[in-house]
Write a protein that binds this ligand. Sequence first.
Ligand SMILES: C[S@@+](CC[C@H](N)C(=O)[O-])C[C@H]1O[C@@H](n2cnc3c(N)ncnc32)[C@H](O)[C@@H]1O
Length: 188
Amino acid sequence: MPEESMGHVCPPSVIKWLNSPLRRLLQNPRKIFGTYVNPGNTVIDLGCGGGLFTVALAEMVGKSGRVIAVDLQEEMLRITRNFATKKGVMDRITLHQCSEKDIGLTDQNVDFALAFYVVHEVPDRKGFLSQVAALLKPDATFMLIEPKHHVKAEQFDQILGEAKLAGLDYHTQIKMAMSRGMVFTVGS
Ligand SMILES: C[S@@+](CC[C@H](N)C(=O)[O-])C[C@H]1O[C@@H](n2cnc3c(N)ncnc32)[C@H](O)[C@@H]1O
């Protein structure tokens, strides 16, 4: 396993838990992102999985906003499409299949980026975080959240250090059940 890698890629069979009503209760999207996402924003959901947060973000940005849902697994994007269509918000969502080492997007003018339970699965975290930083507008925010059961405190500190090196400044620490998280701004 390469030095940067801490885990494996979450299979689509886990979506039952990831998109469960219990998780929506414990990790309420409006409580978590409400301060950072506004109608009309362009947001990106990196490693969108089954689209739980993609759909919530699409509701928050409204018809005039845009959500780019990115995942490396085609099956995850298919599940996200079905979920978003069912919820009536697919009109403002763009699905994008990336590769393991390349997000493959430029010039998106992103207001808010999210990587929820994703970064520990990324083999080249430094490269990934640099690519995220390059997608953000100067006043944008980036929220990175990792699961405590996969990412120990010292591993999370290592990720924070890598984000700093990628040009992201610490803004607000996130306190959330079962999770470690940080909101970043673009470094000056
Ligand atoms: C544990 S799931 C989390 C899904 C979603 N963010 C959530 O919280 O419900 C991790 C997701 O990240 C995706 N992923 C892993 N490595 C990735 C990478 N390098 N780029 C984009 N997505 C990646 C996986 O395919 C999977 O869908």
